[in-house]
Design a protein around this ligand. Structure first.
Ligand code: ANZ
Ligand code: ZN
Length: 833
């Protein structure tokens, strides 16, 4: 039977249907088998998949299929990160409900993913906007509330006037909203916070356990984000005022050089200090101005340093000198204590500030070089702060001490008077989870005038979003305006109460979806504990580097919270992380605004899913950037056609000769083919296991196909079994990458079982051994000839053959032989003079 022309749309649909009907990717927990959980970050249902998705999911699919061929019980689920702002904006634009837009997009995207032949267990699909899903996170929220892990606080928040919502710090990029690029403002509001700072130490420490499985870059980004600083808290007394102020400093060793103090505009003492100051209004005006700047700008190095004197002084506890107290724009209230002892000679920001306002400076750290020469650094030598290590000067009893030791010594000295203790500080802030948006999971609490904050009773969960809500033209949430949603009865006192109208940050849903996949249809619990313990951790997580901080930190934190609430055992959710590189076109990230987008659907239509998958996996190693190339996908398509034609030609020969029965190869060609076949297995296995280098796996398979082409005419008649075996291996190795054509050709060459379910082959070491090897001969380090000797020949035979080689003999004629060095199967070096 001739198999005809390669028609991807036909065979791909055929096999997708067969896989679907047979349920071959559906799995259950089975403690008698080793499991492997491979997960790609679930997409936001925007409506269309893009090449970044195709890359992400193709990598994941090869991992899933490969691990399953290796015999693992593989969990490979897919779902939708379905809440969020774009749905709301689209609903406003088209005057519909966000749910309608979202579900429509989900069904379109699901079709597109199916069309790529991914091996998902679709029964496990979740959509985070479904009440069956978010009901559980409402329960988690109440559990956290009960345990004091979530709290309400009035605090300045980042407010995006474009999106009409509060943003987390992570969602502000250089002062602009991460979504709409509006200038972010500061605003005071009552918000719900999760106590991620309570977990800062554990989140930091556990990064060490991920050092083998996670990219170093991501670990570093997380470490910096958590930002642990070791230092001290030092207390200063005010002059003529019965008050003290405490600062956080990483440099207690510079205390003798502290010449003034800087407070944050929000510092609670400011009002008190300026009470009787004639310029109080000037200070207030300055504070108001600073308070309205966004936090990111205030913390930036290049901020123009500005401040105002408060009229107050503190006393330096070691020098006894007065230090004027300023309010300064670069001091943040949320960090440390919101007060800084300023050491202009050794801190650059203080240096700039002191230069501007002509405040005194004092050098207290000498450079190691000058220290050695017996000299001392002076202000005249400096045009910037000296921030490196050194030795103390102008510091009383601490003079001459190296500054690291002095840190401890100074704190111990102050400790005697109760004015100093060692302290640790984190950059990480508690996670603000409140959003003033409609399309999110409602926060399940009510407010009662007599009882305060009251949790919604568990039996009344989920609190669902009203289906008849009308999104508003101005983008504000309709929830606060909907009486039927807002008005409720207090379950404690029976009085009238109001429902919370804020919804949860969508990072809340993505912080635990990987757990729900373990048991997604459970209606009695978020999951069956044993089932979930069997599947977790995720063995391989794959997604974009843009989630290096936000999502990955929240998911790690959430897992620890759930562990502490008794829901999970694993402390870390993702054992291994792969951050795939971006897909570029003409050197730039594919994006609508740049107009350089290549639509996956068009590529699939033109070349098929297999060619698209093959190209995207061949063009670059997974973690590297990938440059889209039209020639590249055409090349992938040509290779697939070449394989197709080969199978067509060999169909009869190969199906008649079962690979298992072909015995030892006899001819040189058959031996060479067998060697190539097993070497390809060896290389493919090694390269997949080594960071999923699929590009070199594909290159090796292409070489094997070439080898088959080269010897087929010779072997067709004499040793068809060797061709049969090589063909079977080609298809098996390629099947995780281009699964449809491999299934089809597998069937074509006479197999009755499906390709899916076949084991991954192992190479036979003895097949790699050559009968003869070529060895290079050098005379005094210079190549003079080559000899062919039996593989692993005795050393003496190799020496003899080398010395007898014509050209070599010529070069040693008349010389004295000093030494012959033989590196087996590689090289002979003859030393003669
Ligand atoms: C005195 C000093 C002397 C400082 C010196 C540095 C160098 P990291 O490493 O980021 O933790 N600081 C403390 N709280 C601050 C706040 N709320 N806003 C702005 N700056 C603040 O930085 C800690 C250092 O940043 C602290 O150590 C303090 O300045 C400043 F030669 O104290 B240092
Ligand atoms: Zn009440």
């Amino acid at each position: 039977m001739a198999i005809g022309k390669y028609q991807p749309e036909k065979i791909e649909k055929k096999w997708q249907d067969i896989w679907q009907e047979s349920g071959c990717f559906e799995v259950e927990a089975d403690t008698s088998r080793d499991k492997y959980y491979v997960l790609e970050m679930f997409p936001y249902p925007s409506g269309k998949i893009h090449m970044g998705h195709v890359r992400n999911y193709s990598i994941g699919d090869v991992v899933a299929r490969f691990k399953s061929m290796q015999g693992f019980n593989v969990l490979h689920p897919m779902g939708w990160d379905a809440f969020g702002l774009p749905a709301e904006n689209a609903a406003i634009k088209h005057n519909t409900h966000p749910a309608k837009w979202t579900y429509q997009n989900i069904s379109e995207m699901r079709e597109q993913l199916r069309r790529l032949g991914y091996s998902y267990d679709w029964r496990r699909e979740v959509a985070s906007c479904r009440p069956e899903y978010y009901k559980w996170e409402q329960i988690f929220f109440l559990k956290f509330l009960e345990k004091g892990l979530v709290y309400r606080k009035n605090s300045p928040v980042n407010w995006c006037p474009g999106c009409n919502t509060v943003l987390a710090n992570e969602q502000v990029e250089e002062g602009l909203c991460w979504r709409c690029d509006s200038e972010v403002e500061q605003k005071d509001m009552e918000q719900w916070f999760l106590r991620i700072t309570d977990y800062a130490d554990e989140l930091l420490a556990d990064l060490d356990s991920l050092d083998k499985g996670w990219p170093e870059r991501v670990l570093t980004m997380q470490r910096n984000w958590i930002g642990k600083s070791y230092g001290a808290e030092l207390t200063f007394r005010f002059k003529g005022l019965d008050e003290t102020v405490t600062v956080f400093t990483t440099r207690p060793d510079t205390l003798f050089g502290a010449t003034f103090m800087s407070l944050a505009a929000e510092h609670p003492l400011v009002e008190k200090l300026i009470e009787n100051y004639e310029k109080a209004d000037e200070v207030r005006a300055f504070c108001d101005k600073v308070r309205n700047m966004d936090r990111i700008k205030r913390g930036a190095d290049d901020l123009e340093k500005e401040g105002v004197f408060t009229g107050a002084y503190v006393v330096n506890p070691v020098t006894g000198k007065d230090m004027p107290v300023y309010v300064a724009n670069f001091v943040l209230m949320g960090y440390g204590t919101g007060a800084v002892m300023a050491v202009p000679a050794h801190d650059q920001r203080d240096y700039e500030f002191a230069s501007k306002y002509e405040l005194p400076m004092q050098v207290v750290i000498n450079t190691p070089e000058l220290h050695k020469e017996g000299k001392v650094l002076t202000l005249e030598d400096m045009d910037a702060a000296y921030t490196d290590p050194g030795f103390l000067v102008n510091s009383g009893q601490f003079d001459g001490m190296d500054n690291e030791s002095a840190k401890k010594a100074v704190v111990e000295h102050l400790d005697k008077e109760g004015l100093g203790t060692m302290a640790v500080n984190y950059r990480l802030r508690d996670w603000n989870v409140s959003r003033q948006r409609f399309w999110g999971a409602p926060i399940p609490v009510m407010y009662c005038d007599s009882c305060g904050v009251v949790p919604v009773p568990e039996q009344d969960l989920p609190v669902t979003l009203p289906e008849n809500a009308q999104v508003r033209e101005d983008g504000r949430s309709p929830l606060p305006m909907m009486d039927e949603f807002v008005n409720c009865t207090c379950p404690k006192c029976g009085g009238a109460a109001r429902r919370e109208t804020d919804t949860l940050d969508t990072f809340f849903e993505s912080s635990w979806y990987f757990l729900r996949y373990c048991d997604p249809r459970n209606t009695d619990a978020p999951w069956d504990r044993e089932t979930q313990d069997y599947w977790m951790q995720v063995d391989q997580y794959i997604g974009g580097i843009e989630h290096a901080i936000l999502h990955l930190l929240y998911a790690r934190f959430f897992t620890k919270l759930l562990r502490d609430c008794g829901y999970v055992t694993a402390a870390e959710p993702f054992a291994n992380l792969l951050t795939q590189g971006m897909v570029l076109k003409d050197g730039a990230k594919m994006s609508k605004s740049k107009g350089n987008v290549v639509a996956p659907s068009e590529m699939i239509k033109k070349y098929g899913a297999d060619a698209t998958r093959l190209f995207i996996l061949f063009a670059a190693p997974p973690a590297k950037e990938l440059e889209w190339s039209d020639r590249g996908i055409e090349g992938a398509y040509r290779f697939i056609n070449r394989l197709w034609r080969l199978a067509e030609e060999l169909e009869k020969v190969v199906s008649a000769a079962k690979p298992v029965s072909y015995g030892d190869p006899k001819s040189e060609a058959a031996k060479a083919l067998r060697r190539k076949e097993h070497d390809t297995i060896r290389r493919a296995t090694r390269d997949i296991e080594n960071d999923f280098q699929f590009n070199t796996v594909i290159a090796a398979i292409m070489e094997l196909v070439n080898e088959i082409y080269g010897c087929k005419d010779e072997l067709k008649g004499s040793e068809p079994g060797s061709l049969s075996s090589a063909m079977a291996t080609t298809l098996t190795l390629l099947s995780p990458i281009a699964p449809h054509i491999c299934e089809e050709l597998w069937e074509t060459i006479g197999n009755t079982e499906r390709m899916v379910g076949q084991p991954w082959p192992t190479h036979d070491e003895s097949a790699l051994v050559l009968d003869e090897v070529t060895v290079v001969v050098q005379v005094c380090g210079k190549v003079r000839g080559k000899i062919t000797v039996p593989n692993n020949a005795p050393q003496a035979d190799v020496e003899k053959a080398a010395l007898e080689q014509e050209n070599v003999a010529k070069h040693i004629e008349g010389k004295t032989l000093r030494k012959v060095i033989v590196i087996p199967n590689k090289l002979v070096n003859i030393v003669a003079n």
